[in-house]
Ligand binder design. Structure first.
Ligand code: DP6
Length: 328
């Protein structure tokens, strides 16, 4: 195959990844746990172009910037190294998620690119190998390879740092897209800056490792209340640690805080809901399926609401089964 198309969706971490122990191999300081969403898919086609001297990257129908293209080329170099190829490629990608607004489009983007590129270059990767490869493009992409709920094991080296599926009770995430400008600091730069300058960063790493253990136990016990509590407090700690960096990085805007406050009021009124947010102003609210419409209606005046359920991990078009289902 010299052309392949893959589809992937964003994921939202319930226990966050925020800090790397190895920036080249993209090894995280802690493991994390997420839900892959069933909305906002990214579709990426990789076509080998033997006559070209450079890769081409077309994002949303227009030629991407030099910086974006270089990031894709660095990723394709990893795939080419695995495949023993020097052939350049054209990458066409479209995503429905607002890019760089904290809707996790880089996770879907690199999961789709990893799958499409490995297929186009003739590699046959199982789910673990695909997750490891996607991780090299963007850490959180390791989790978008997986269906539903995924735990990304921090690992100690390239081989041991990958995501795999975990059992969890039925849940929904209500996304609340607040009316806000494009984010200014990328997750990558912000997590490096936080680790270097926040006196609280090591406490974040220690407490997140504990949160992950507890979250996995709560998922096994199907304890939605505990899952929700851990989700909200871990998110607030991540935002606290970014705000304690020097200079501070603030992703949550007044509009985002209003959603966190409204969610607390919903809980006080007896509706179980818990808020989280990534490196941007949008908020995602975890609920049980039967409460999703009520939560979404209650938050509709604070932003554009959408209910997401657990979605599929990455799929290569024309291959009926995912690599994880086929067990390769
Ligand atoms: C806040 O995966 O985008 O969404 O690995 O540098 O590409 P890089 O960062 P990225 O960071 C995601 C940060 C987060 C938390 C999470 O998804 O776990």
């Amino acid at each position: 195959m010299t052309i392949a198309t893959a589809h992937a969706r964003p994921n939202i971490a319930l226990i966050k990844y925020w800090g790397k122990r190895d920036e080249v191999l993209m090894l995280p300081q802690t493991g994390s746990l997420s839900m892959t969403l069933d909305i906002l898919p990214t579709t990426t086609t990789v076509e080998l172009t033997p006559a070209h001297e450079a890769d081409t990257f077309i994002l949303g129908g227009t030629t991407a910037s030099q910086v974006e293209t270089e990031r894709v080329t660095r990723f394709l170099d990893l795939v080419r190294e695995l495949a023993g190829s020097t052939t350049r490629a054209t990458v066409r990608s479209r995503n429905e998620a607002p890019t760089a607004a904290g809707m996790a489009s880089s996770a879907a983007g690199f999961a789709a690119l990893a799958a499409a590129a490995s297929a186009a270059y003739g590699l046959e990767l199982d789910s673990r190998a695909l997750s490891r490869l996607a991780r090299r493009g963007s850490g959180s992409a390791a989790r978008s390879v997986i269906d539903g709920f995924a735990v990304w094991h921090a690992g100690v080296d390239d081989e041991t740092s990958f995501a795999e599926a975990v059992e969890a009770p039925p849940m929904r995430l209500v996304s609340v897209a607040v009316n806000a400008p494009r984010k200014k600091v990328s997750s990558r730069d912000a997590m490096r800056h936080t680790a270097l300058t926040s006196p609280f960063h090591s406490a974040w790493v220690d407490s997140t490792a504990r949160d992950l253990e507890e979250m996995q136990a709560a998922c096994r016990a199907q304890d939605f209340t505990r899952i929700g509590e851990l989700t909200e407090s871990n998110a607030l700690r991540m935002h606290a640690v970014t705000q304690s960096a020097q200079p501070a990085i603030r992703y949550l805007l007044p509009e985002s805080i209003a959603v966190f406050n409204a969610v607390q009021e919903l809980r006080e009124g007896g509706l179980e809901a818990y808020a989280t947010a990534d490196a941007g102003p949008h908020v995602f609210v975890l609920t049980q399926p039967e409460d999703a419409s009520a939560v979404s209606d209650a938050l509709a005046s604070l932003g554009e609401v959408r209910i997401a359920g657990p979605g599929l991990g990455v799929r290569i078009e024309g291959q009926g089964m995912s690599t994880q289902e086929s067990g390769r």
